[in-house]
Structures are given as structure tokens and as C-alpha cells.
Ligand binder design. Sequence first.
Ligand SMILES: *[C@@H]1O[C@H](CO)[C@@H](O)[C@H](O)[C@H]1NC(C)=O
Ligand SMILES: *[C@@H]1O[C@H](CO)[C@@H](O)[C@H](O)[C@H]1NC(C)=O
Length: 369
Amino acid sequence: MPHWPVTLLFSLRVINFCNGGLLCFAYVLVVVEAVTGAVFYPIFFFCSIYWPCRSMSNCIKQYQNMVKVLVFGATGAIGKEVARAFSRNGHTVYGLTRSAKKAHELEREEINGVVGDVSDPSTWKHLIKNVSVIIDTSFDYTNPAEKASKLIQEVAEAVKEYPERRFTYIYTSGTWVYGNDAGVTVTESDAVNPIPIVAWRPALEQLVIQSQDFDGVVIRPGMVIGKSGSIFGMLFSAVQKGHITLYNDENTRMASVHTEDLAEMYVAAAEKIYAAKGQIFNVVNSQTENTTDIVKAIIRLVNPESTITYEKPTDPFQTALGLYSPIFDISKAVNLLGFQQRHSGAVDGVERYYKSWKATATEWEDCKN
Ligand SMILES: *[C@@H]1O[C@H](CO)[C@@H](O)[C@H](O)[C@H]1NC(C)=O
Ligand SMILES: *[C@@H]1O[C@H](CO)[C@@H](O)[C@H](O)[C@H]1NC(C)=O
């Protein structure tokens, strides 16, 4: 048996004895070594320098890998801005889209446009080896629950082929999971009570954050405003036509977030995965807004003749539009991800958001003709 294990063990025993003092350890080491012979030094030197360096370089490598991202739903209201935000921050982005034309548009934004289908892994599996962050912003209108959970499983399978690497998966949920809770302030640690349209989401959120296959993060945006505008665009278009139906009564409220402010949070979560993994983040502006006030601001701007009627919701989507949103305490996103609301809320930004939506809608019309 060589000397050095004995030397090391003995020295460790001694630092234990002298309360972990490093000087004491070094002193004992030298004395013991002088007694046990010079053979041990090179080995000890090698171990003490080589192993820490090796584990540190692995660690650095892991974080360097994060600069490559695959975005599912890269041309949707959220995904488009997410892909652009990563690109703007210097990361390499692959954006999956169904049409070759849209893939081409992504290329214009310095995003690698890949033609494929979220629900067909053979169209995107080959990209997994090139990325370390996978983001789902896609939404399947006909079968959202099944499609989203299938995707989580397929990504988990795909990343298993690279057991030596660590992947990040960011899933897009939404604040509708809190349901109707007007006047109550909620945080991520409060229980959810989803409205029917998103009843399936909390289970998927758990699947993502508890996964052993990847570092999972869940982002829950509020109603997305700005640019092409998602549901907000529906309000513009109804008011333009002269009549808008709202649900329940004039006391409904919504939590919103600008698509660019939201997109920055995906980048922050990926860059700070050491803090974000296994976490859920509510990403909304710091104030909720009165839905009727928002619609009245649109009416004043777009079509003062337009009228509003209130109806009882008769389907899950109408229930979602007639939501009495709770108030959000967003300190988690602020403190861990550095969330900042840079853009105006729905009422204050109405003119700017309307103009952007209209320009996008016109482009769409031109393109159809
Ligand atoms: C993936 O990366 C390899 C080299 O790292 C590259 O040759 C290949 O083109 C990349 N694949 C795509 C789809 O960009
Ligand atoms: C929402 O705004 C409408 C007018 O735009 C007002 O009548 C109503 O009282 C407001 N509701 C709340 C809860 O603030």
C-alpha cells in the first residue's frame, strides 16, 4: 500500500482535530509527508489541481451551452418575440414553424427557421443535439392538453439520448390558472383554481418543474398585449366593426403583459437556470386593469360609435374573457429574473398597440390578396 492515502487520511483526521484550520492542515501534511516519503507529493499535487479544474470547466461548459435555443411556436404571438429576444441577446435560435414562408421570415430576424411540426418529433429531433434550451410557446387550439403533454414526453425522450448533457425546458402556461379571485393578491406559492379552459394546465406545470429529465421552468404570462396582440386584437377588431360583447359585468379585470417584456423573462430564465430551475413565474404587469376601462379606451380611439353589451359566458373561452382576475404580487419574477415592466399597460398604451395591430392586420390582408 502506498503512503499517500494513509498520509491524507491522517492529515484529514488532524484538521478535524484542529477545527479545520488550513494552516494546521498544511503543516501536518508537510510533517507527515516528510516522514512517509516524497512519492506522495506529485500525486497529491495532481489531485488537488486537476479535479477542481475539471469540475469547474464542466460547469462553465454547461452554462456556455445555453446560448442555443429551440423555440416551438416560433411565429406565434409569444414565440415570435421570445425567439427575437434570444437572438437580440446574442444566442443562437432555431425556430420551428409549419410554413416555409414563415421560416424565411425568421431568417430575416437572424433566427434559424426550421420547417416542421411540433407534434411530429421526426421534424425537430435532430435539432436537440444542437441546443440546450427548449421552449414551448405553441398552442394547439383543437387539443391543447394532449398536444402539450405529448410534447413534454417527447422532449424528455429526445434529451435522454444525451445523458452527459443537461437541458432546460421552458413551458408556457398562463395566469388563468388562478381563476376568478378578484381583490385577492396571489403569488406563485398560492394554490391554483383554474377556469375550465385551462383546467389541465396545473398538472402539466408540475410535470415540467418536477422532471428528472431536464431543468424545467414554467412561465405564466397574463393576457399578451402589444405587436400583433393575441386576444387583445379581437377587442380592436370588434370595436372597429361597431359592437363588442363583454362577459359577466363591467367589473371584470385582466392581468396583461407586453409581449416584449414577457419575452425577456424567457431569456432571463434560460441564462439564470441555476436559480430558475424547478420554478414557476407569474409574468404580468404590476397592476391588473378593468376590462371595461380597456374597451372604453379602445372605443374612444377607434370607433366612438361602438357599443358594448354584457352577456353571461356560455363557453370556456367566454368565461376566460369574463375573468375577475386576482391581483399579482410579482416579486418572484422581479427578484429572481429581474422582471421590469418597460411597456405601458393596456389603457395607457392603447394608441400605440392599436396602430401596431392595425399595421400587422393590413399586412395580413395584403398578403391574402
Ligand atoms: C448542428 O450543429 C452542427 C455542428 O455543430 C452543424 O454542422 C449543423 O449544421 C447544425 N444543425 C443545424 C440544423 O443547424
Ligand atoms: C370598471 O370600469 C367601469 C367603467 O369603465 C366602471 O363602471 C366600473 O365600476 C369599474 N369596475 C371596477 C371594479 O373598478
